[in-house]
Design a protein around this ligand. Structure first.
Ligand SMILES: Nc1ncnc2c1ncn2[C@@H]1O[C@H](COP(=O)(O)OP(=O)(O)OP(=O)(O)O)[C@@H](O)[C@H]1O
Ligand SMILES: Nc1nc2c(ncn2[C@@H]2O[C@H](COP(=O)(O)O)[C@@H](O)[C@H]2O)c(=O)[nH]1
Length: 195
């Protein structure tokens, strides 16, 4: 199963509210051995989010330090906050021959492509624009102005779907998770980013 798959770095990207976190949670419910990177962010935690589990919640100065010490595989400013993938855990996973999954936005996906061209880039798309708007509003985790900002970014992200190796439509969580599991288990060459 997933734990026996060859080492591969997979990026899951897609607009805010499309369901990336939901689909990854379903994949991990079925396959707890799937390893997902925990990002660093300057965003404040939402209710229920746990430091070190959902994100490493850091102050801007600590994020500056991570950048300055080349501690991030990629990072981006998104809707007023910064987000980045800690480099060391990803390198350790891949060097040990184990796959790694990143759930990140478009700018970060582009940086991974430039730094690790063999990475598999997967775009999660909504079934429609109206459904994306409805999911983001329905989640209710951001005020209306922040939802608007995220939707403005989402337009550009949807336009970039063609840059990805695969597009998975999240019309149904179970079906999208099936597809993602298939991609995570597909054969690929090994890879250690930054080497
Ligand atoms: N296939 C689906 N059908 C209906 N609702 C869904 C589906 N997938 C996810 N959702 C719902 O959409 C909302 C947004 O999902 P989620 O938080 O996983 O999105 P996300 O892409 O991780 O967002 P962000 O990038 O902002 O973190 C949630 O309320 C979730 O329950
Ligand atoms: N470039 C990166 N993007 C990341 C990372 N971790 C998460 N994200 C993406 O940011 C947005 C907003 O996330 P939210 O939790 O505030 O809703 C979303 O698209 C995430 O996928 C990262 O390390 N690098």
């Amino acid at each position: 199963m997933v734990s026996n798959a060859p080492a591969r770095l997979t990026v899951l990207s897609g607009p805010s509210g499309v369901g990336k976190g939901t689909v990854v949670a379903e994949v991990r419910r079925r396959h707890p051995d799937v390893w997902v990177s925990v990002s660093a962010t300057t965003r404040r935690p939402r209710p229920g989010e746990v430091d070190g589990v959902h994100y490493h919640f850091v102050e801007p100065a600590e994020f500056d330090r991570l950048i300055a010490t080349d501690g991030l595989l990629e990072w981006a400013e998104y809707a007023g906050n910064r987000y980045g993938t800690p480099m060391a855990p990803v390198r350790e996973r891949l060097a040990a021959g184990s796959p790694a999954l990143l759930e990140i936005e478009l700018q970060g996906a582009r940086q991974v492509r430039a730094r690790a061209p063999e990475a598999q880039l997967v775009f999660l798309a909504p079934p429609s624009w109206a459904e994306l708007v409805s999911r983001l509003a329905g989640r209710g985790s951001e005020p209306a102005a922040v939802q608007e900002a995220r939707l403005a970014i989402a337009q550009a992200e949807l336009d970039a779907a063609g840059e990805f190796d695969v597009v998975v439509v999240n019309d149904d969580v179970a079906r999208a998770a099936d597809e993602l599991v298939g991609l995570l288990t597909a054969p690929s060459p090994g890879l250690v980013p930054g080497e």
